[in-house]
Structures are given as C-alpha cells and as structure tokens.
Design a protein around this ligand. Sequence first.
Ligand SMILES: [Mn+2]
Length: 405
Amino acid sequence: MANNREKDRHTKVEYKAKPKSIAAKLKAKEAELISLKNQLNETAVMVNESSTQEKVSDLKHTLAGARGSSLLIWIKGYPDPDNIASALALRWIAAKYEIQTTIMHYEKISHHENRALVKKIDIGMIEYSDTVDMSSFDYYAVNDSQSPELPVELPEACKLLVFVDHHKTLGNVKSTFLDIRENYGSNAAIYSEYLKHEDFQFSGETEEEKKIATALMHGVRSDTDNFVNATSFDYAASQFLSQHLDRDLLALISKQSIPGKTMDLTQIALQRKDVRGTFMFAGVGYVRDEDRDGIGQSADYLLQREGIETVVNYGIVDNKFIDGSLRTKSHTVDPDKWIKEVFGKDENGNYYGGGRKDKGGFQIPLGVFTKCSDKELLWILIKKTIDELLYEKIGVEENSILDND
Ligand SMILES: [Mn+2]
C-alpha cells in the first residue's frame, strides 16, 4: 500500500553490528523496532475518510430529495460485474428512501461469468426493448461509465440523479449527485465505501446484503484483474466486503474457484508486495496451520505477474514458525541453493529449507519468540529480519526506492 511504502521510505534505520544467527538478529533489533512501531502508529492516516463523509451526506441529501420517486438505473455498455454490482448497491441504498428502482441494460449479457452472476444473484435486470414503458421514470442513474448519454430516449422531465464513475472524465457531467474518482480501480469500491458508512446501516447480515457484498467483491476483483491493478481503495473496499460476502456464492460466480483463505492470503500478499527488480516478496502475517498451503498458492498466483520471475511469500504459521514459499520461473535461480544460502542452517546443522526445480520452501521455528505477547511487534520484527536476509541475497539496500506500482 502507498502508505506503507511511504512509511518504509521515511524510516531510516542504520544497522551497525551484524549478528550472525537469526535469533541474535531478532534480539538485537527488538528495541529499535519498538520505536519504529510507535512511529508507524503516529503516521497512520485514515485515507479518504473526509471526502467519503462529504459524498455520503451529498448522496443522502440527493436521495432524500427524490423520496418516493421512480429511478431508472441504467447499465451502460455490456453488463459487467462492476456496473451490475454498482447498480445493486444503489438500488439497496435508494430503497431506504422509498425510491422505486428499475435496473435496465441495453447490450446483451455476453460473458458466461456475467450470466452466472445475474442468475445466481437474482438481480432482476430488465433488458431494454421498444415495448418497455419509459415514461414513468422521474430520474435516472448511470454508474461506471464516462458519460451519461443513453442509447434510448427518456422523457424530457427525467433528470440524471446519480452519476458515479472511476474512469477519466470526458467532459462536464450534470448530475444532482456526482462522484468521480479516477484513482479507484473499480466503481464497486466507491459503492463499498458508501455502504461502509454507518448512516446506511449496511449490516451485511441479510441474504440480500450478502449478495450485494458478494457482487461488489466480484466487481472489484474483475475490474482490477484480480487485484493486480488494484489501488489501496480497492483493497480497503475488499477488506470491508470480505466480512459480509458469501464465499460459496463468490466461488460460483467466479471463473475459477479458489479457497477463501487462499484468496485472502493472495489479497494480503498483493497488498504488501515488495517488488525488487524481477523479485517479489510478501509477508502475509499470521496464518492458521490449516491454511498454510495458501502461502504457496498465493506465491503461484503472484508469479503470473508480468516482469516477475521469482516470488517469496512467508508468514507466521500456527504462532510457532515462519513458513515461506518460493516460486520461480527464472533460469538463474536454483530454489534449493537459493534458500539454503539465504537462511543457512540451524544449530544442529540442518538447513531451514530447500527446494527443487521451480519451487522451494523454508520453516524457521520461532522458539522462545512464541512467548512474545505483542504479536504485532513480533511480526514487524520477523518481517524486517526476513526482508533483510532476502535483500542481502539479491543485493539491494533495505531503504532503496521501491519500484512497486
Ligand atoms: Mn468499472
């Protein structure tokens, strides 16, 4: 995330002594990391909170002004997960103001994935035809599109009430409520922010709300190419949505179904990715024993990223040991040799890990550190130690500028 990178960049820590064993290294850093942690807490900022607050007030005001009216939610272009989910969210919010909504599309639903979405979520969209009576709409809304022009004619009195988009604007849009955020990877993330706002009391507990959260998550994923092109706002949205979504439903409407936990780990790994040339490293934090496979699976996924040849993901498994996975498509990285060189041997002369062909792994027991009561601090400590070993191996300075996007 941008914030973490900022923090990393501004946190200059110099290491004078160079302890040999991992345990000694951990111990040597504890004090300075406590101060580091304090600094991190101080600089933490809530992104975008004030502007969302303003927009939510605006939206409430707009909808209250249209109370009891009839709203056409128009899906422009081919119905896709992002605009369908946005329409669903808007319908849910509008219902709070007794606004009757009709979700309508003009183009055919083409992709099988989108048909599955419409069917499984039971969206109740109408396809436009000459026989549909358009005269009853008081207002219309457009989401996820650069312009509000429709391919059909609306009654003169029918005004644009809501316009929400995340593309570059093409010109002036006149809408009672307008929210354009070019720095969002998905429109669904913008709607997730509205729903997250306490004023709308989205509990995520009803069937309908779970469906909406699921559709929005699908929208975020699909518009960000499975988070590869996500911004911090999309991650924040998916973090919120993940608390409410129906994972079985999400699996059904997604092209490939992957275990929920693996998806979460992948999401975390993407969020914390640290790209160094052709290497990508990601510490995913604490992982339950039964979910440890997700560390390797998320590394498999990250390896698909263009320009990346080697991925190392790691986390603390079962509060007992550091578990890491390496995946590579490089011709020069030998996973077995690489891991043995990076992590060395324990006091009994056994290597912490190894590998073969294109993959490898390592396990480092936390030993006495399992007793550490501050899990957050312990993670910072572990992460810095592992990262430093990795950086040393590939020959980069810890504080060199990251080339993450
Ligand atoms: Mn979109």
